[in-house]
Ligand binder design. Sequence first.
Ligand SMILES: NC(=O)c1ccc[n+]([C@@H]2O[C@H](COP(=O)([O-])OP(=O)(O)OC[C@H]3O[C@@H](n4cnc5c(N)ncnc54)[C@H](O)[C@@H]3O)[C@@H](O)[C@H]2O)c1
Length: 285
Amino acid sequence: MHELKRVVVVGAGTMGSQIALQTALGGRHDVTLVDTVAGQLERARAQNRKLLDRSVEKGRLTKDAADAALKRIVDSKDLAAPAATADLVIEAVIENFDAKKSVFEDLGKHANEHAILASNSSTIAISRLADASGRPQLCCNMHFFHPVTVMQLCEVVRGPKTSDETVEAAMEFIRSIDRTPVLLKKEIWGFIVNRILFAASEEAMRLLEGGYASAEDIDIAVQKGLNWPMGPFHLLDFSGLDIFYGAMQDRHSTGDGPEPPEVLRKLVEEGRLGRKTGKGFFDYG
Ligand SMILES: NC(=O)c1ccc[n+]([C@@H]2O[C@H](COP(=O)([O-])OP(=O)(O)OC[C@H]3O[C@@H](n4cnc5c(N)ncnc54)[C@H](O)[C@@H]3O)[C@@H](O)[C@H]2O)c1
């Protein structure tokens, strides 16, 4: 198994910029960050600079190491040239099937024939994208969590055609950038973390709806009894109720999950979407 040295990240948004940064911080990889939208690469660089400055202020990183990490990320508006010499391409463009499929088609035409092609999608399993590249044995999901520089976990998802070598190399790459990989051996909606999060959140909403306990008390119970840093209702408000509602609906439409609880539907219809609108399950004033 050869080391995945040259890494290309496609999409310089919230996730892509931080995946590039985490990779650069390891100091072992050459990183190219690709985005086609004007101004996005500059925004990503400024955001990464801010993140690094904060780490330097807090004494977690030296100024030299921060500068070196940022220098190691090369910006590019073009995917074809950096992909041609890449060992690993991580797709992190918007969560839209057609956009992602078109990136995988481009990679099929331009990427180095040995390159591993990964998608950071939270919901689109790799089997839906892999064939577009013409080399599904080299494709997998690499699902990082936000913020990548803080959250240790990355879920690797094996598609039906993913080879053992691809899985091994993907897991090893994630370790090499100081994150912790887990392997989902067969594709399933929500992968591991979101399935468990959805099950717990749904149960919390059913308890609330049934009048068994208040949202405050359910959150306290989960925080103090299960040691979660945040109760499910605060977490729902933090993530955005519309996002959660949409994901539950999508899952339900595939026959794999329940209908969203009434209490959630009502809040979304009232525009109470959580922290971002100032109100959700709780009132943020
Ligand atoms: N935001 C999260 O908390 C989170 C967590 C885990 C996984 N994800 C997944 O990561 C992916 C990216 O999410 P995000 O929140 O960073 O999105 P985002 O909207 O912040 O960033 C997407 C970026 O992709 C760029 N882009 C779009 N089409 C492109 C193309 N063809 N080539 C190059 N760049 C292109 C956009 O300009 C934008 O900069 C999604 O699949 C999402 O499901 C997001």
